[in-house]
Design a protein around this ligand. Structure first.
Ligand code: SAM
Length: 248
């Protein structure tokens, strides 16, 4: 059960400094950031929904060193394992400063995603901050080998649905990408139908996916991807781009 899960009431309450201390030094020192001192505001750009043991974010960390990435996992012990894994990697690679850009959060991603991530809206520099404020909004969502919930009466527990499609569109910035992979053909068709039917997502072509390192990482470095490989299973990949909001 996720009853003990504590959520922020809104994204502004998320204390990202606890997750990425090296990227939020002022907050760590307890110092107040003076108006006008920001030249860049860093935000989480990648979310791994149901990250399991963290293979995807661990593999992506050195490949996208300036991108903050958050794994989200509902199981307590698995989340703790990933947390320890990241801490150990940070210690091991302290000299190079690696793995500071990944973290994990225990969360039920079927609830409260908008409590954690801001809407993709354009952000303006708050009053008093004179320098350019660059805000990077959520740019990639990964849904790797989600639980298939085979029986029809269990389909409502699937992590892709019309309602959740709307939430993914809400938190993802236009031109951001949802990456999915599964070894279950029926689930692949289910996810494809829901994203294809959604007015704010358009499917990426094979050509567009060629050379995207994220696709290889999903196939090769996720724990489930490795398991499927060992069993000579098939892997179905499908990705969608978040389109611009329609003009009113
Ligand atoms: N993505 C990982 C991979 O590819 O190796 C793990 C895949 S595993 C089959 C699915 C994971 O999703 C499990 O670790 C499960 O606990 C997690 N999960 C299921 N429902 C979830 C939810 N509502 N919120 C967060 N995580 C969830």
């Amino acid at each position: 059960s996720d009853h003990q899960l504590v959520y922020p009431s809104c994204p502004k309450e998320m204390v990202w400094a606890n997750h990425f201390p090296k990227f939020f030094p002022a907050a760590v020192d307890g110092a107040t950031v003076e108006a006008g001192t920001y030249s860049k505001k860093v935000e989480v750009e990648v979310a791994d929904i149901g990250c399991g043991f963290g293979g995807l974010i661990v593999s992506l960390a050195p490949k996208l060193p300036d991108t903050l990435m958050l794994g989200m996992e509902i199981r307590t012990q698995v989340t703790e394992y990933v947390d320890e894994r990241i801490k150990a990697l940070r210690t091991q690679h302290k000299a190079e400063g690696m793995y500071q850009n990944i973290s994990v959060l225990r969360a039920n991603t079927m609830k409260f995603l908008p409590n954690i991530f801001e809407k993709h809206q354009v952000s303006f520099a708050p009053f008093g901050i004179s320098k350019v404020l660059t805000v990077y909004k959520l740019n990639k969502i990964f849904i790797c080998f989600p639980d298939p919930h085979f029986k029809s009466r269990k389909h409502k527990a699937r992590i892709v649905s019309p309602t959740l499609g709307a939430e993914y569109a809400y938190i993802l910035r236009p031109s951001g990408i949802v990456y999915t992979i599964t070894d279950v053909e029926d689930l692949y068709k289910w996810m494809a139908k829901h994203f294809d039917d959604h007015p704010l997502f358009e499917r990426l072509t094979e050509g567009e996916l060629e050379g995207d390192i994220c696709v290889d990482v999903m196939k090769v470095d996720t724990e489930e991807g490795k398991k499927v490989e060992r069993n000579n299973g098939r892997k179905f990949v499908a990705c969608w781009r978040r389109t611009e909001d329609p003009e009113w």
